[in-house]
Ligand binder design. Structure first.
Ligand code: CP
Ligand code: NVA
Length: 299
């Protein structure tokens, strides 16, 4: 059963999925998921993931159903196991945005149809597939590139970017306050993939030689109670024009969005000439189409 719970689940087909997404964007697509149904369970808010999955499914001829956790019995205590078993009888694919990766795995374990991780506390694989698609479009290939990620080094985006970089042989650096360095498990996973990740605190040379500069919110969904502490602890880690100027002249700026201007990035950088944030957002839809095809063995 092809589930996409982690970037590692697509490691053998990573570039194939990206190339299919680029190809559909350029040359069009066929309705290969005609009459298939996608159930989407959201425990957290979403703009991009929800709309891009809805658009992707409709473009491929299928039908998406949006299920907010509080509108279904899951929100009143029905188990994940029973929810998975019931949805498997009506629909063909489940996309789940969850607070906990443990629940994501539990849903997949009890589902007889493919499950796609639409973000949890450990990973955001769909976003990172769209991000690498964007890098390939902008840079022509994924070879010999250096990515520098600023901010929360231990959140879902940092984890999935580390794994995707290792799979693609992109050199990665995480620039983060020590308290927010990635968990040892992820560093080990990168090593096992023969990947390269450097981790350091903010310094004057942090963005030197970077082809890609990335950041994400300092306060992920689920961390709201730590907001004031985090804003203090991440002080000095904002991606500014000065950081962009020290990178390669053709470096691109990426952010999965939503962005909080003045915190992890200035509005000048995010809306500046090196920024590709809205291409990245658009590419969620093309990448989602390729992911839906992959889980349905239509790629
Ligand atoms: N980047 C992303 O996943 O955005 P949403 O939270 O709006 O889905
Ligand atoms: N790290 C962020 C990503 C949002 C798309 C979060 O989990 O809130």
């Amino acid at each position: 059963m092809p589930h996409l719970l982690s970037i590692l689940d697509v490691r053998n087909d990573f570039e194939k999925i990206i190339d299919d997404a680029i190809n559909m964007k350029k040359n069009g697509y066929e309705k290969v998921l005609k009459d298939k149904i996608l159930a989407m369970i959201f425990e957290k808010s979403s703009t991009r993931t929800r709309i891009s999955f809805e658009a992707a499914m409709q473009k491929l001829g299928g039908y998406p159903i949006f299920l907010s956790k509080n509108d279904i019995q899951l929100g009143r205590g029905e188990t994940i196991e029973d929810t998975a078993k019931v949805l498997s009888r009506y629909t063909d694919i489940i996309m789940y945005r969850a607070y906990s990766h443990k629940n994501m795995v539990e849903l997949a374990k009890n589902s007889s149809i493919p499950v796609i991780n639409g973000l949890d506390d450990e990973e955001h694989p769909c976003q990172v597939i769209a991000d690498f698609m964007t890098i390939k479009e902008k840079k022509g290939n994924l070879k010999k590139l250096k990515m520098v990620y600023f901010g929360d080094g231990d959140n879902n985006m940092a984890h999935s970017l580390m794994l995707a970089s290792a799979i693609s042989n992109i050199e990665m650096k995480i620039v983060s306050p020590k308290k927010y360095w990635p968990k040892q498990d992820y560093i080990e996973m990168v090593r096992k993939l023969d990947g390269k990740v450097e981790i350091e605190e903010m310094n004057d040379e942090a963005s030197k030689e970077a082809d890609v500069i990335v950041t994400d919110t300092w306060v992920s969904m689920g961390n709201e109670s730590e907001k004031q502490v985090r804003i203090k602890e991440f002080n000095g880690y904002t991606v500014t024009e000065e950081i962009m100027e020290k990178a390669k002249p053709d470096a691109i700026f990426m952010h999965c969005l939503p962005a909080y201007y003045g915190y992890e990035v200035t509005k000048e950088v995010a809306h500046g000439k090196q920024s590709v944030i809205f291409d990245e957002a658009e590419n969620r839809m093309w990448a989602q189409m390729a992911i839906l095809k992959w889980v349905m063995k239509k790629l």
